[in-house]
Design a protein around this ligand. Structure first.
Ligand code: HEM
Length: 140
């Protein structure tokens, strides 16, 4: 159980981050070239949203089955354990909330520019937060 969830979370991270990068770059290009927001742009943003939500769900399960998750919570002097048991989950939850707000703001926006803006900014901040708390030494 633990091995499967851990490997899934590790592998899915590539996909989730890749699609998120594509969504951010796509919206920056769309905004700066003053393009119209099309169904393709919506799909790219939706795939990124789904990608990070699946990662969130699997992350929650992993948190309870991993020896580096809840069971290491409290060992705050150990930087590696603090990262996997507190900083990584907490910052990623905040990042995914921001990405979700970006998605709902783009839905409410009426102009193409405002739609690209909310995705570029909120997905962009989410991406930076996620990248700031990846346990790189475990991943590579
Ligand atoms: C988009 C969001 C997220 C991304 C991109 C992500 C990515 C990663 C990566 C790349 C690793 C290292 C995997 C490895 O060992 O090869 C990892 C580990 C871990 N993640 Fe996440 N994660 C995300 C969200 C979460 C959330 C929300 C939680 C918990 C609520 C979580 C809990 C954990 C735990 C406990 C580990 C250590 C697992 C272990 O090696 O036993 N993650 N994550």
């Amino acid at each position: 159980m633990y091995n499967f969830i851990q490997q899934f979370h590790s592998g899915w991270a590539y996909l989730a981050i890749l699609v998120l990068v594509i969504a951010v770059v796509n919206s920056i290009i769309g905004k700066s070239s003053q393009k119209e927001f099309t169904a393709k742009d919506r799909k790219v943003a939706l795939f990124a949203l789904i990608g990070v939500h699946i990662q969130l769900l699997v992350g929650f399960i992993l948190y309870f089955v991993s020896p580096l998750g809840l069971s290491s919570f409290g060992q705050m002097k150990d930087a590696a354990l603090r990262l996997t048991s507190l900083e990584h989950p907490l910052i990623n939850i905040i990042a995914i909330i921001l990405i979700t707000i970006g998605w709902s703001k783009h839905k409410k926006a009426t102009s193409s520019e405002a739609k690209f803006n909310s995705i570029a900014i909120l997905y962009g901040i989410g991406l930076l937060l996620i990248l700031s708390r990846i346990p790189w030494n475990l991943w590579f």
